[in-house]
Design a protein around this ligand. Sequence first.
Ligand SMILES: C[C@H](O)CC(=O)SCCNC(=O)CCNC(=O)[C@H](O)C(C)(C)COP(=O)(O)OP(=O)(O)OC[C@H]1O[C@@H](n2cnc3c(N)ncnc32)[C@H](O)[C@@H]1OP(=O)(O)O
Length: 712
Amino acid sequence: MGGPAVTLEVANGVAVVTMSNPPVNALAIKILEGLKTQVEAAQRDPKVRAIVITGSKGKFSGGFDITQLKARTEGKPVRNMSDFNATLNSVVESGAKPTVAAIENLALGGGLEVAMACNARVATPKAQLGLPELQLGVIPGFGGTQRLPRLVGLQKALEMMLKSKPIKAEEALKLGLVDAIAPRDALTQTASKLALDIAEKRAEAKKIFAVARRGAKRVQKLMPHPMLCIDAIEAGINKGASEGLIVEQDAFAKAVSSAACKGLVHFFFASRGTAAVPGVTDVGLAPRVMKCVGVVGGGLMGSGIATACVMNGVSVVLKEINQKFLDAGMSRVKANLASAVKKGRLTQQKADAMYANCHPTLSYGAFSKVDMAIEAVIENLGLKQKIFSDLESSCRPDAILSTNTSTIDITKVAQKMKNPERIVGAHFFSPAHVMQLFEIIRTDITPPQVLVDTLGLSKQIKKTPVVVGNCTGFAVNRVFFPYTMSACLLLDLGCDPYAIDNAIRMFGMPIGPFRLGDLVGHDVGVAVGSNFIEDFPERVYRCAMIPSLVASKRLGEKSGSGFYVHKGKTSLPDPEGIAPLLAASRANARSQLPASAFAADAPLAALTQSDIVEMIFFPVVNEACRCLAEGVVVRAGDLDTAAILGMGFPPFRGGIVHWADSVGAKRIADRLREWSTRYGGIYQPCPYLEDCAVQGRTLSEGPIKGPDRSKL
Ligand SMILES: C[C@H](O)CC(=O)SCCNC(=O)CCNC(=O)[C@H](O)C(C)(C)COP(=O)(O)OP(=O)(O)OC[C@H]1O[C@@H](n2cnc3c(N)ncnc32)[C@H](O)[C@@H]1OP(=O)(O)O
């Protein structure tokens, strides 16, 4: 024996690394090198789960070997020690296995710095801990200036260093410099247990990371940022904060240059820009505060709208035609609020107060005090017209009269009104108290004040408004009708519906078009689709499949089956179940589509996922272009916002027009033109899309406005 040495002993999964350099275990070069070698060996040893660092003969360490300092002052050659900090960082502080310092009596200068690099510290009651380097005219050089303030706070750390003042174990425990105090004979055992506990926690963290990574991996190709975020967090935990910061910087650079970031930042600004409507919100009008809203109809939509209002401090008068319906409507409001309580978003007390703010009624009497009426009854034109005559005579002349129709031309709803300019469309998305989008439909004669007030309500109830022109389907349903129809076209041409749903999910939609049909109900799908078939006959596809699903009572989730079989919360593909209907639909398609669609060279058998995505979404882009050209929306960002919030279009793709621009107008127009010759009008590119393709303009720019004639 003799001479400074560092030993390693492994027992019960713990490696005890002991520094030995009597009398005070000064950190001589040999000790520093030995520490590096032994801790590295322990980190590598598969039998070792945790590491304890300690000193021999009743002392931890009196610090860096002062003879080395002396040699330096005398200008003698000394070994450069700068790499020892790297050792402390990498193998002691940030190694895969946790390290705990077992401090008996002395931990001074470099000794305390070694202990502070460990993941935790246990000290004997008589231990003295300090950084007295300044007494010797040097400063702490093994990370002490950085680690001590983090552990004990700035004030105390400055005092301990500038005054070279050590502290005792008890104070160290209070300050957090040590994690536990243990008597001398239990020191190593306590440190070992603490080290194993940390190892156990790390193993748990590993499991947590593994689960988080599984989720992030699923979306990694489309959205790299969740995985990059986990990388940075894990680097910090496993390798220490400085390494973690380096990984974070690198990950940030990768994330910020991703397409997903571009899309999400675009959506951030687009969704905040929708409330500005030129000629309406910039002419000095102030919105009226909506204190009370009258809702006509307590069904799914009406009760959802009422919930959205009372949840945001707007009182509601809820009207139904009989007591039974009224009770059902009120209990829906109650259930909506109860679900918010269950999710922890509301206290019961607040929910009760909100419920009390929803006043049921069977007559229009209470409508004399409403600031706005929202009709939310079934899509029956005659019924709606009657309601609007009633509203006109029951409400104040300044009250906003709105309809929540999703399909009917609002000028038709207003036909029997004395002042049809008063009507405005207030299209909520189901469930209305959850979905953020609020489509506000104006006609050619809607006064700006009506829009400003309706936008005001939108703000009060925390919705994102999109002001759109009055047209079939308004913005969301209109832009997305080709979505379902082109999916049906592919289906009739022989594509597997489940493969289509899968391709669309891979693109980033929450569910595919057929699964969505099952969710909404195919009877609803037929009713909505018929509006487009009537109004845009030249560009629809009439698929026999959906009506025959309805005829055979496969309505979707509500009847237990559609394209899928639904049991409880699981939905499984049902290829056998739909086979006969599908065969009939495909046979029927031969009379619907041009013969070229079925030509032997039709490329359908080899459709890739991206072909499927393009054949389904390019017609959607085309319809979005028509809306832009017709001025249905004031800017492309409104369609982006509407697609994301109303249809579940993936936010990281920035919205339908933003995504289309990332593909390029030319490619979209070229492909659509090619498909239109084979499959018909649903793919015919519109003039605005063609113009942008030819002129190399982006679709987001919107149509080029002619000179403003009023100023000529
Ligand atoms: C990079 C780093 O941040 C830089 C540093 O760590 S600089 C060093 C910082 N550490 C110190 O300043 C502590 C210096 N030492 C002491 O204050 C005291 O020696 C002590 C409190 C550790 C022990 O005190 P005490 O029990 O009274 O014994 P003391 O007689 O002083 O020392 C015993 C022997 O150890 C030696 N010794 C103590 N600390 C030493 C050290 N850090 N390096 C080399 N030798 C040391 C003494 O010279 C003495 O040697 P000797 O027996 O040959 O005379």
